[in-house]
Write a protein that binds this ligand. Sequence first.
Ligand code: WQD
Length: 334
Amino acid sequence: MKILVTGGTGYIGSHTCVELLSAGYEIVVIDNFSNSKRDVVDKIKMITNKDFTFYEGDCCDKDILTKMFDKNDIGAVIHFAGFKAVGESVNEPLKYYRNNLDSTITLLEVMKEHGCKKIVFSSSATVYGKPDSLPIKEDFPLSTTNPYGTTKLMIEDILRDLYKSDNTWSIALLRYFNPIGAHTSGLIGENPNDIPNNLMPYIVKVATGELEILSVFGNDYDTKDGTGVRDYIHVVDLSKGHIKAIEKVLSESGIDAYNLGTGNGYSVLEIVNTFMKVNGVDVKYKIVDRRPGDIDACFADPSYAKEKLNWEATLGIEDMCRDSYNYVKNVKED
Ligand code: WQD
């Protein structure tokens, strides 16, 4: 029995493939390299000293998905594949709705046709919109403020309707907070080619001199130092959460959502200062206007995932800052 990982060469997907292989699972991976590099396949194999089946392809392509299920005994799926840039989704909503929804519906149809009814879905804390209180629990109201977030909420709704139609499905909805960091090997991580939207990749590029200065989007929020507060979680902790979720969906039917966060909120300036301290580098920054759509603060109550998945984050922001920088330094040396 194999686990299919869609988007398995992406940032979170590649780290999850490492954890799956290390835990003894056999995996099949599909990716179209729309937001990842081809050499990640080999790096996953190098880290784990394990082999696996890889298909280059798009999850909107029913033929390749059918071929994968025909040729492999796939018992469960972890579905990462999808576009994920908030800003891009505002400018190009149809691209996001077409890709993220079409790929998911196609995948679910092929799963159903092959009797595979176990899936872990890569959702996001963005489905909570602007929370009325903190920390955020899974039963909080759901709303979204951008097309990317709306595709995540729509897919959650599709999966909830699917389960209502057939309660033999087993579905885990994993709501990520802010994943950062990289595998300690320095072989896989996050290093976008273009100008990063997210905080940590931007900090790293300023630290390496690739970008001149970090713009801190506002210091007039209702937070400890006025800058935005988020629940940053190490991507390795996040990936281990997927192993627990796979164990859950393999063991019982049902559908449930789980917050994958640390439960701790850190401000932009706390992250910048921690990054400079642990890496011994300078990160120049300037305070600018708020970024439209940003919220003051967002952090998880992760107790449900602890209770139901027996999972909790163990790595701290110093690990996240050190590993993020270690990866990019390693990539630059390549
Ligand atoms: C974090 C903080 C910014 C960049 C988004 C998506 C979410 C998930 C993670 C996919 C905020 C501040 C940022 C910069 C800054 N993605 N910031 N200068 O917006 O919390 O979440 O990415 O699932 O769905 O919404 O993450 O890293 O963009 O911002 O000051 O150059 O850093 O204002 O307070 P965000 P982020």
